[in-house]
Design a protein around this ligand. Structure first.
Ligand SMILES: Nc1ncnc2c1ncn2[C@@H]1O[C@H](COP(=O)(O)OP(=O)(O)OP(=O)(O)O)[C@@H](O)[C@H]1O
Ligand SMILES: [Mg+2]
Length: 250
């Protein structure tokens, strides 16, 4: 199994953000995580990537116990993510934003990398084909030399995804990748995600757009206030009474 969580729990000052959450995410598949606001979805991604430490439970990635590893160590093993809120270098070209991602440094290292950007870009010369491939895959070649801050919201999200993929991860964690996009944009992205998993990538998809989640996920886990309330095929989970009740409360 590419990623396995076993009985993960974490509290924030008395708030049980996650309680005994277990899940598996295989390579070559899209594993969906759904749940209303505050369910614990982003917290789960933060634990997988080492940005938060679980109070109980274990995380195994690529056959290794990574529960206590630092974010840069987990990133270096091939785990990449995007954030719920866009984090790009607005003044920097799309191409160089992607180049930054070629280094498996995780978030802390990313900030250091940003300050050393000119040298990072120079050091990178010679590997442009990898970036070109990503630009083509995301249909963004024509925007490569524009400052990222000038792009539309949907295109900025694509840059984030390309940056995450530039490190050639085996697992990609997407935190609400199509939030704020229209159906056409979401559909196009969905097709790209399917292509990526067909090439062997494992994807964890946290998503509020349930139609998108259902269309894309191979298997879904549902959370509500930190508790795991259902798992199974997208259709089964969306029809689960506990899931329907959780969403009615929204
Ligand atoms: N750093 C933190 N300190 C204190 N409480 C936190 C922290 N991070 C998350 N929480 C709380 O933990 C719970 C889960 O939050 P989380 O952000 O994981 O939810 P989510 O499922 O991603 O929600 P959303 O759909 O709104 O993004 C919430 O009650 C939230 O207020
Ligand atoms: Mg969230």
């Amino acid at each position: 199994m590419l990623l396995s969580l076993n009985k993960i729990s974490i509290n924030f000052g008395g708030v049980a953000a996650l309680t005994n959450v277990s899940l598996d995410a295989p390579a070559g598949k899209i594993t969906g995580i759904m749940g209303p606001n505050g369910a614990g979805k982003t917290t789960l991604i933060n634990i997988i990537t080492g940005m938060l430490a679980a109070q109980t439970g274990t995380v195994h990635f690529n056959g290794r116990d990574v529960t206590t590893l630092e974010p840069h160590e987990i990133a270096a093993m091939g785990c990449a993510r995007t954030f719920q809120n866009i984090r790009l270098l607005n003044e920097t070209s799309v191409r160089d934003n992607i180049v930054v991602g070629c280094y498996r440094h995780g978030q802390a290292g990313l900030m250091a990398q940003l300050f050393g950007l000119p040298s990072a870009v120079k050091e990178f010369k010679g590997q442009e084909s990898q970036v070109d491939e990503l630009l083509e895959r995301f249909d963004m070649t024509q925007y490569a030399d524009l400052p990222a801050g000038e792009l539309s919201y949907g295109h900025q999200r694509r840059v984030e995804m390309m940056r995450a993929l530039a490190s050639v991860p085996s697992l990609l964690l997407l935190d609400e990748p199509v939030a704020g996009m229209n159906d056409v944009e979401a559909l196009e992205l969905g097709r790209i995600f399917k292509d990526l998993v067909n090439d062997g990538l494992g994807i964890i998809l946290v998503e509020h757009n349930l139609r998108f989640m259902q269309a894309l996920s191979d298997y879904v886990y549902a959370l509500d206030v930190g508790q795991q309330i259902a798992q199974g095929s997208p259709a089964d989970v969306l029809n689960d009474p506990a899931v329907i009740t959780a969403y009615l409360g929204e």
